[in-house]
Ligand binder design. Structure first.
Ligand code: UDP
Ligand code: MG
Length: 314
């Protein structure tokens, strides 16, 4: 069946033993009704419960169920990345294993893809999660993400998303970056859409994240912002900072010299003198740093290109 798969469902699994069978039971009728050749790929992200043997059981009964087992817990992003790399479908849909996403939203996601979107993101409009530990942090991180990435979607954190293979096939994901795939691909020129999806409370098992995710997610966001804006020209970022700082330092110290020479004032104990020197030194370091980053960029892009071709007429 391998070459002819049209749709791949990718599900990251970390200690979800009670959820696997019910999820499969919800997924199967939805997928069968689509009349597309599909596969379901579960990535067991180092579960320490019976998740893997549950998955094995499914795989034995249904040849469309494939399972990838990680040696240890690497995290949801690596799990999703492994799913992307190992799936065969033209369209890939990711969803959580914990039944919080609803497989019945899949046909609507596919409809949007057919309309011409390359990525369609789910928006958990009526989110069924604790207010203080989930909804508030997610509101903060979503508005930050919206501002920083410039992508106008409301729910970066929802795993239920559909992707055209083309859009994600050469993405290198790490950290907590699976959330920002829409931003990364939209920057490369792909079309990103959003639809409202259902969300349910977690019935079995526990959430794998605590409040620290907010901080990690924020750092990943900074990383993506920098990457999107400056990865091909880091000197513009570091160099601008450096030149501004050095110039300010130079002006300050020139003023000090002026006081010394023309007004005969002692300047040895003036904090301004030290500030000026500090700014000059840090500024020069920023410029050097920028130059070094340019060398790294050159190495990074030596076997890649910075543009995306949609089509070529020959
Ligand atoms: N997950 C994973 N590896 C991890 C953490 C989570 O594969 O290290 C999976 C988890 O099994 C679930 C999905 O990622 O299918 C989302 O996790 P969770 O439900 O804990 O997140 P929440 O919904 O609480 O934000
Ligand atoms: Mg969940």
């Amino acid at each position: 069946m391998s070459e002819t798969v049209e749709l791949s469902i990718v599900v990251p699994v970390y200690n979800e033993e009670e959820n696997i069978q019910p999820l499969y039971d919800e997924l199967k009728p939805v997928l069968d009704k689509l009349r597309q050749r599909y596969e379901v790929i579960f990535i067991d992200d180092g579960s320490t419960d019976e998740s893997f043997s549950e998955l094995e059981k499914l795989h034995q009964r249904d040849e469309r169920v494939r399972v990838i087992k990680f040696r240890r817990n690497f995290g949801q992003t690596p799990a999703i990345s492994a799913g992307f790399k190992n799936s065969l479908g033209e369209v890939i849909i990711t969803l959580d294993a914990d039944l919080q996403n609803d497989p019945r939203d899949i046909p609507r996601l596919l409809e949007e893809i057919r309309k011409g979107y390359d990525v369609v993101s789910g928006w958990r409009r009526d989110r069924k999660d604790p207010f203080l530990t989930k909804k508030i942090p997610s509101r903060i991180s979503n508005s930050l993400a919206k501002k920083l990435t410039g992508l106008n979607i409301n729910d970066f954190g929802c795993t239920l998303k559909a992707y055209r293979r083309e859009a994600v096939k050469d993405l290198e994901l790490y950290g907590e970056m699976h959330r920002y795939v829409p931003a990364l691909v939209s920057w490369r020129g792909f079309r990103v859409g959003e639809i409202k999806v259902k969300h349910h409370e977690r019935k079995y098992g526990a959430t794998k994240y605590n409040i620290w995710r907010l901080l990690k997610g924020f750092l990943d966001l900074l990383n993506i912002k920098f990457w999107v804006k400056y990865s091909t020209r880091p000197l513009h970022f570091f160099g601008t900072l450096g030149v501004l700082m050095s110039s300010l330092g130079f002006l300050i110290d020139a003023y000090m010299v002026y006081l010394k020479i023309f007004h005969d004032q002692p300047i040895g104990d003036r904090p301004l003198l030290i500030l000026g020197m500090l700014l000059i030194i840090v500024g020069v370091q920023f410029i050097t740093f920028g130059l070094l980053s340019e060398i790294l960029t050159r190495i990074y892009y030596s076997n890649k290109h910075v543009y995306e071709i949609e089509e070529t007429l020959k």
